[in-house]
Design a protein around this ligand. Structure first.
Ligand code: PGA
Length: 257
């Protein structure tokens, strides 16, 4: 049984006041949400204030990035221990914006994922193909290689703590989500690849979808057998819209009711 995971990736949005306001609005609504893990990844600056705000609620915190280093002369970096200290239990690693805009390679992502796992922070490892790669029929080759390299340093014995996020680059922030069938095809492929490399634990690893997830499309995505949740950018910035996504079990039309 895989517990669904819905995560908000706020990217470069919300100052401390805005973040606190969001949690004040969301917390009462999620108070009776059971059987779904709900995670918020705010900017680093809002983590410490949100630590207090989410205490006693089902909400969990995530970093949007982390250093592979434990400590030392690494200006601008934030360590696993620092994220734990401000209340994080998850961290996003290898988001496509980090890969394309900040030059992160799968080797670096592997170091970050391993450092997180060793430190007791659950990594949400992102993979996904570009439009050009999909058009060229290379989706499975690209995603397969990203998965293999990004997880190269993961300890299989603790792999059930791991979360994979399949986020086709062409669907992120564009309004064009993958169809449920397109997403399921890749999620199934990823799970099969995990099964081959680390065995039956693959059945317990959550593989979540990201890329223009909205209240209107979450229901059909979550109906797919290998889609275990969502990583939500734009639609996670508003508490009402994020809450409608958390209630993914409502059919379209009912989600925002
Ligand atoms: P989006 O972003 O929901 O705005 O497409 C998703 C993500 O980048 O994680």
């Amino acid at each position: 049984m895989r517990i669904p995971l819905i995560a908000a990736n706020w990217k470069l949005h919300k100052d401390v006041g805005e973040a606190l306001h969001f949690v004040e609005e969301l917390a009462p609504r999620v108070a009776d949400v059971e059987g779904t893990d709900v995670v918020i990844a705010p900017p680093f600056t809002a983590l410490e204030p949100l630590k207090g705000a989410v205490a006693g609620t089902p909400l969990k915190l995530a970093g949007q990035n982390v250093s592979p280093e434990l400590q030392g002369a690494f200006t601008g970096e934030i360590s696993v221990q620092m994220l734990l200290d401000v209340g994080c239990s998850y961290v996003i690693v290898g988001h496509s914006e980090r890969r394309t805009l900040f030059g992160e390679t799968s080797e670096l992502v592997a170091q970050k994922a391993a450092a997180s796992q060793q430190g007791g922070l659950r990594p949400i490892v992102c993979v996904g193909e570009s439009l050009e790669e999909r058009a060229g029929g290379r989706t499975f080759a690209v995603v397969g290689e990203q998965v293999e390299r990004s997880l190269a340093r993961i300890e299989p014995a603790q792999a059930d703590q791991l979360v994979l996020a399949y986020e086709p680059v062409w669907a992120i922030g564009t309004g064009h989500n993958a169809t449920p069938e397109q997403a399921q095809e890749v999620h199934g492929f990823i799970r099969e690849q995990l099964r081959k490399s680390i065995g039956e634990v693959a059945g317990r690893i959550r593989i979540i979808y990201g890329g223009s997830v909205k209240p209107e499309n979450i229901f059909v995505l979550m109906e797919q057998p290998d889609i275990d949740g969502a990583l939500v950018g734009g639609a996670s910035l508003d508490p009402a819209s994020f809450f409608a996504i958390i209630r993914f079990d409502r059919p379209p039309g009912e989600a925002t009711a």
